[in-house]
Ligand binder design. Structure first.
Ligand SMILES: *[C@@H]1O[C@H](CO)[C@@H](O)[C@H](O)[C@H]1NC(C)=O
Ligand SMILES: *[C@@H]1O[C@H](CO)[C@@H](O)[C@H](O)[C@H]1NC(C)=O
Length: 349
C-alpha cells in the first residue's frame, strides 16, 4: 500500500459560521445505545457494493517495519467477574480552544492509544471501555496479537521518561468479518488488552460510543493523532488535533474526487471540500474522529475512525472515516468482560 502524498495545510482559515447541529440524545436514543451494547448481535447486513479503490487511495497508517521484536511477558489472566467502578466516558481533561492543527494539552484526550507493532509506532486507537481499544482494520489485519503493544497517556512519543504512560499488550485482535482491504469497507477492529486498565486511579478514560441514529452531518469534529503534519511528512512527536466538518453523505458522494460508490454507508467524510487544508494524514490511521454531545462541550463520542483518503488535506478529497455507529451491535457482541463508563451521571436516568 502506498503512502499518502501531500501537505496538510493546517493554516487555512477556520470555517466560522458553520451551523453546528448538535442534538442532545433523547432518553430513547440513549437506551437504544445501551441496548446496542448489551443486546445479542443480529446478523450483519451490508448493502454496499465493494468497489476498487483508485490507485492513489491510501490508508493513513505508517509504513510497516520489519525490525525484530523484543521478548515480552506472557499474557496474564484476570478474573472475568469483576466489580466495575462508576465512571463517565468521553470527558476530556482540559477545555481548550481548538484551532486548526495544533498540539493538544497533555492527556487532553485520555482515551488515545498508541499502537506499536514490533515496538514501532504504527497507528492509533481509542479506548472504549476498560478492556478494549477500537482501531482501523487496516492497521492490524493479519498482525499476530503478540506483536502489538498499546501505550496510553502518551503525549510526546520521543520522550522516553514519561512515567505515567500505561502499557498493555494485546490478547486478541478482532478484525471485522466483512472488512474489505480494497474498498476499505468495514475498516474497524477491536483489540483486547491483556489486562484491564484502571479507570479509578489513572487519568485514563474511555471515549463514549456514538449515538446510534445520529448522522453527525455538519458537526465540527476533532481528529487527534501522531500522524504526519504534511503529506509525505514524518509522524509527529506530540499528539495533535485538528477540527474538521462532517460532510453529509450525498455531498461526499457527488461533490468530491471520490466516486459515489466508494463512499459506503459504513463511511463518513470530514474535511473541507473546497479549500482542503485540514485533514488526518499518514500515521493517524485508527485514531478517533470525536464529536461532542450537545450542551456538553467537554464530552466526546466516537463518531469515526481514521480510515483512508487521497493524499492529505487536498481540496475535493476529504478524509474518510469508519462510521462507528454502524457497528454498535457488533461492538457489543465482541467486547465481553469489559466495564463500561456511561455518557451521563447515574442520576440522569
Ligand atoms: C519531545 O521529546 C523530545 C525528547 O525529550 C524532545 O527533543 C522534543 O523537542 C519533544 N517534542 C516536542 C514537540 O515537544
Ligand atoms: C448531490 O446529490 C444530491 C441528491 O441527488 C443533490 O441533492 C445535491 O444537490 C447534489 N450535490 C451537488 C453538489 O451536486
Amino acid at each position: 500500500m502506498k503512502l499518502p502524498l501531500i501537505l496538510i495545510g493546517l493554516f487555512c482559515g477556520l470555517c466560522c459560521g458553520l451551523d453546528e447541529k448538535r442534538i442532545r440524545p433523547s432518553q430513547g436514543e440513549f437506551f437504544e445505545w445501551l441496548g446496542s451494547i448489551f443486546l445479542p448481535p443480529v446478523t450483519t447486513t451490508t448493502t454496499s457494493t465493494p468497489v476498487l479503490s483508485t490507485s492513489t487511495t491510501t490508508t493513513r497508517r505508517t509504513t510497516k517495519s520489519t525490525t525484530t521484536t523484543t521478548s515480552r511477558p506472557t499474557v496474564a489472566n484476570f478474573p472475568i467477574e469483576r466489580d466495575c467502578v462508576t465512571c463517565r466516558c468521553g470527558l476530556i481533561n482540559t477545555l481548550y480552544k481548538i484551532v486548526g492543527g495544533q498540539e493538544t494539552r497533555v492527556h487532553q484526550y485520555p482515551w488515545m492509544a498508541v499502537i506499536l507493532i514490533y515496538d514501532r509506532f504504527y497507528c492509533s486507537g481509542s479506548l472504549i471501555n476498560d478492556l478494549y481499544v477500537l482501531t482501523a482494520a487496516h492497521c492490524v489485519e493479519g498482525v499476530p496479537p503478540e506483536l502489538i503493544t498499546l501505550r496510553f497517556l502518551e503525549h510526546n512519543r520521543s520522550n522516553t521518561n514519561e512515567d505515567i504512560v500505561v502499557q498493555r499488550f494485546v490478547s486478541r485482535v478482532k478484525v471485522h468479518e466483512l472488512y474489505n482491504p480494497r474498498s476499505f469497507d468495514n475498516d474497524i477492529a477491536i483489540l483486547r488488552l491483556n489486562q484491564p486498565v484502571d479507570m479509578e486511579h489513572q487519568r485514563l478514560r474511555p471515549i463514549c460510543l456514538p449515538i446510534q441514529s445520529y448522522s453527525f452531518d455538519h458537526e465540527l469534529a476533532i481528529v487527534t493523532g501522531w500522524g504526519a503534519q504534511k503529506e509525505g511528512g514524518l509522524g509527529s512527536d506530540t499528539l495533535r488535533e485538528v477540527q474538521v466538518e462532517v460532510l453529509p453523505q450525498l455531498d461526499c458522494r457527488n461533490s468530491t474526487s471520490y466516486k459515489p460508490g466508494q463512499i459506503t454507508d459504513n463511511m463518513m467524510c470530514a474535511g473541507y471540500i473546497l479549500q482542503g487544508g485540514k485533514d488526518a494524514c499518514s500515521g493517524d490511521s485508527g485514531g478517533p474522529l470525536q464529536a461532542t454531545f450537545d450542551e456538553q462541550p467537554g464530552q466526546y463520542q466516537l463518531a469515526g475512525i481514521v480510515s483512508w483518503g487521497v493524499g492529505c488535506a487536498r481540496p475535493q478529497s476529504p478524509g474518510v472515516y469508519t462510521r462507528v455507529n454502524q457497528y454498535l451491535r457488533w461492538l457489543g457482541s465482541n467486547t465481553p468482560g469489559a466495564c463500561h463508563c456511561m455518557p451521563y451521571p447515574e442520576e440522569d436516568y
